[in-house]
Design a protein around this ligand. Structure first.
Ligand code: NAG
Length: 348
């Protein structure tokens, strides 16, 4: 696998050198904490990451609102595509900055496909992210005119990374939802939201869309703590639900591809690469896949990561998980390599 990833990196490097500019003009990013780069910072929500030790391995070693010690998989993807800076968080960027021309990030931690998940945490629901995207479009049109703006919108790469919070931070802990729907029915509601999202963003000009699958939700340290009943192993029931959801997501994507001419869309499988890391960390140079670096994820200590978390590790490189819900930068690198390998058709 290593040689293959190396080859993919080399191909991207070659392509972007040839153009002397990024392989796509812009990235538009939607979703949850796996992609949020600061939209939640100014919100009235508890779900934030704009304080140490978040960001300690990021540019300038400072927290930005990213739920990671360093880069998110979307950041690494932007690097690989040849961007020299990252699409800014939409909410942190008033008045419209010049780098709106390389895209914008609308993702909000604790958001999901299901708008009520975000509402529980005062985060930005996906439908609201779409409204912000429309506002963003009119700002870009004002900046560069309609023709140039439309080229940016149609050549941009759209990334949607969400869904885990619908399960871990809503379905599994919220009797209002889990008494009303079984996992299969709940997944259908989420998939309908995915379909609506893709149809709407396509109608606004999107042609290249990458959507992450669900990760192995049962292997998140928070899941093992909350639902593992004392075991130290991934929670099988949660992983089964995630795999079933992913099958539905892939079918929905196939149906959309048939229906929407000119659309390129890939469902990035992040389940398998993260599951492999969680089950056999040492195969990939990691040594810890159960405890998170910050907020250990064991029941007797806090699930939360902050400067007062006891026992935060000094070097997250060997940890698959940075905090109880989120991969470390090192694990995000593995995910991003896999995403780029799966996504070549989106940029060709
Ligand atoms: C963490 O460990 C890795 C691998 O041993 C090393 O390359 C890196 O420099 C270390 N980072 C810090 C911040 O000490």
């Amino acid at each position: 696998m290593e040689w293959f990833i190396g080859l993919v990196g080399f191909i991207f490097w070659g392509l972007s050198l040839g153009h002397g500019q990024p392989l796509v003009p812009a990235m538009m990013i939607f979703g949850d904490s796996t992609a949020d780069c600061g939209n939640n910072n100014g919100l009235y929500t508890l779900v934030k990451a704009n304080f140490p030790p978040y960001g300690r391995d990021f540019v300038d070693h400072s927290p930005t609102g990213r739920f990671c010690n360093g880069k998110l998989a979307t950041d690494i993807t932007a690097d690989t595509l040849g961007f020299t800076s990252y699409p800014p968080p939409y909410l942190g960027s008033q008045p419209a900055p010049k780098n709106f021309l390389i895209g914008a990030n609308f993702a909000s931690a604790a958001s999901g496909y299901y708008d009520r998940t975000a509402q529980l945490y005062h985060a930005i629901p996906l439908s609201k992210q779409m409204q912000y995207y429309k506002e963003y479009q009119s700002k870009v049109i004002k900046m560069v005119g309609k023709a140039k703006a439309e080229t940016i919108f149609s050549d941009a790469l759209y990334v949607l990374s969400t869904g885990s919070s619908d399960f871990v931070q809503n379905y599994y802990i919220n009797p209002v939802v889990n008494r009303a729907y079984n996992p299969d029915q709940f997944s259908d509601i989420l998939i309908q939201s995915f379909t609506n999202f893709v149809q709407e963003i396509y109608s606004l000009g999107a042609k290249r869309i990458g959507t992450t699958s669900l990760p192995p939700v049962g292997c998140l340290p928070a899941s093992i703590t909350l639902f593992g009943m004392g075991s130290n192993q991934c929670v099988g029931r949660l992983n089964t639900d995630a795999l079933a959801f992913n099958r539905k997501l892939n079918s929905a994507a196939q149906a959309l591809l048939k229906k929407l001419p000119g659309l390129k869309m890939v469902i990035f499988d992040i389940y398998k690469p993260l599951y492999d890391l969680a089950k056999n960390p040492t195969n990939s140079g990691f040594f810890e896949a159960r405890r998170a670096c910050c907020g250990t994820g064991t029941i007797e200590t806090s699930l939360l990561c902050n400067a007062r978390s006891p026992g935060t590790c000094s070097n997250a490189t060997g940890y698959v998980f940075w905090d109880s819900f989120h991969p470390s930068e090192a694990a995000n690198q593995v995910l991003a390599d896999s995403i780029m390998a799966q996504g070549i058709s989106l940029i060709s």
